[in-house]
Ligand binder design. Structure first.
Ligand code: ZN
Length: 278
């Protein structure tokens, strides 16, 4: 797919829950039990999300990077015949897992998983992405046949992704996810930064933006117009509009409506598999 092909189907990804601690008063709609995560994932898929990005939680809502917790989610989605591409987190579960401890979900051979391509101050924590670890992570993705979604939280992360390609550890074309507006550091959630980041990669690589908080809607819309793909969902933004809590499904439904108005077709899961090389 060309970087600027506006007739190409739009891949909508929904990031269902993230790894922030549950707080039912402040975040009433954030799914934080395994059952709620599965229910929200199925609803987002039915609403039009071709990719679902998942973090696992224990029954009490505590984020966990435990492989078996992920296995339960994947099995429940299989039982429900969920057709969306499942994209598991290789993050830190809110600082509970470091480096190689983050990689357990790869052993389940999901279609995709997140490949955080460098170090960053993430909220109050350091998410570690030193080069020796990134190389081991890339080898693990390859060993388990998992398509990496290369998450770039900063411009230097794009450079690291290109270096890993040159080292033969990541296969081009890569699936790029530009993560903008993370509190603590990272790059700001601006159109200028989106254009800067996409200019750093070859024109035929699929790219998407996730933006935190109120920047989500504006940059999702911009990416639909600019030939990119979008990630929405409660992991990144809790609000439908000021004072009104969103749900995962209504965030996806809104993107589907905007894409229709902007004449961008929405990818089915199988179309997304072709676009993303899954
Ligand atoms: Zn995530």
């Amino acid at each position: 797919m060309s970087n600027m092909d506006l007739t190409a189907p739009l891949v909508i990804q929904c990031a269902i829950t993230g790894s922030i601690d549950p707080d039912p008063e402040r975040r009433p709609n954030l799914p934080s039990t395994p059952e709620a995560i599965v229910a929200d994932t199925l609803a987002a898929s039915r609403a039009g999300a071709a990719v679902v990005h998942l973090h696992a939680r224990l029954p009490d809502g505590t984020p966990t990077q435990d492989r078996e917790a992920y296995r339960g989610l994947v099995a429940a989605l299989d039982d429900a015949a969920c057709e969306a591409i499942v994209n598991l987190s290789c993050g830190s579960a809110g600082g509970r897992a470091i480096r190689d401890e983050r990689l357990g979900p790869l052993e389940l051979s999901p279609e995709m998983a997140s490949f955080g391509c460098g170090s960053i101050n993430f909220r109050e924590q350091l998410l570690e992405g030193d080069l020796p670890f990134l190389r081991r992570m890339a080898e693990n993705f390859r060993a388990f046949g998992v398509r990496p979604e290369v998450e770039c939280f900063d411009t230097g992360h794009v450079g690291l992704a290109l270096q890993l390609r040159d080292e033969g550890l990541l296969d081009a074309p890569m699936v790029m996810q530009f993560v903008l507006g993370v509190p603590g550091s990272g790059v700001p959630a601006t159109v200028g930064m989106v254009e800067h980041l996409r200019a750093m990669i070859p024109g035929d690589w699929p790219w998407s933006v996730c933006a935190i908080g109120r920047a989500q809607l504006a940059l999702n819309t911009y990416c639909i117009l600019a030939g990119g793909h979008v990630r929405t969902g409660l992991e990144d933004n809790l609000w439908l509009r000021r004072g009104e809590h969103a749900t995962n499904a209504v965030l996806v439904e809104r993107i589907v409506r905007i894409a229709a108005e902007l004449d961008r077709p929405v990818a089915t899961p199988d179309e997304a598999r072709a676009i993303l090389g899954v």
